[in-house]
Design a protein around this ligand. Structure first.
Ligand code: ZN
Length: 202
């Protein structure tokens, strides 16, 4: 019975060896690590980990029924520029209406020498220290390039200070949906340039 389940595969290049790969059931291995479950364990806490996540605000651009961004009344009809001079109380200078929602993610920095931030290296060497802030988010987080990630001011224990203070606002530079072999999204990484972050003065 179990021999039927064996995958017969000839070995490269000659194929003379009549060896078969053991079925997944026999080896007791699952095809892949469930990264969604691993992510939840790491960020929210679970059987294998305490929680490492932190609360962030996701500033979602408001869209109409046609999925078009709803521009704020302060946006100039001709120049299409928002009124940043008087700091519009509705959009706070974004130029479109938005709603904020809580998300829990994991945030880290990558220096100019590592990961995706390597692309900065083509700039004059040594002259700019461009760090990247990476926010890791759950696979089902609905984030687009129009949205922003808001870092809140935290107390020394890592809890957001109440009333909440928006500390830095990040614009996604690259949103990567990390997928497993079968195409399922396992988690999302949002790369933001640290130097482009808006620091909110209070
Ligand atoms: Zn406005």
């Amino acid at each position: 019975m179990s021999s039927k389940k064996q995958i017969k595969r000839k070995l490269y290049p000659k194929g003379s060896a009549k060896k078969a790969l053991k079925s997944l059931k026999e080896t007791g291995l699952s095809p892949e690590i469930d990264l969604r479950a691993e992510f939840d364990d790491f960020v929210f806490g679970g059987p294998t980990s305490i929680s490492h996540g932190r609360r962030l605000l996701l500033r979602k651009a408001r869209r109409d029924d046609n999925n078009k961004i709803v521009h704020c009344a302060c946006v100039d009809k001709v120049t299409r520029e928002p009124d940043t001079e008087r700091s519009c109380p509705y959009c706070l200078g974004e130029g479109f209406y938005w709603d904020e929602e809580w998300v829990v993610g994991y945030a880290t920095y990558v220096g100019a020498d590592g990961g995706l931030a390597n692309r900065i290296k083509t700039l004059a060497p040594g002259s700019i220290r461009a760090d990247t802030r990476i926010f890791y988010m759950r696979f089902d987080t609905d984030i687009t390039y129009k949205d922003k990630i808001v870092d809140l001011k935290l107390d020394t224990e890592g809890e957001p200070i109440v009333p909440y203070i928006r500390e830095s606002i990040y614009k996604p530079q690259t949103i990567v949906k990390y997928r497993s072999d079968n195409g399922r999204i396992e988690y999302i990484a949002v790369y933001c340039r640290e130097e482009d972050a808006i620091r909110v003065d209070d």
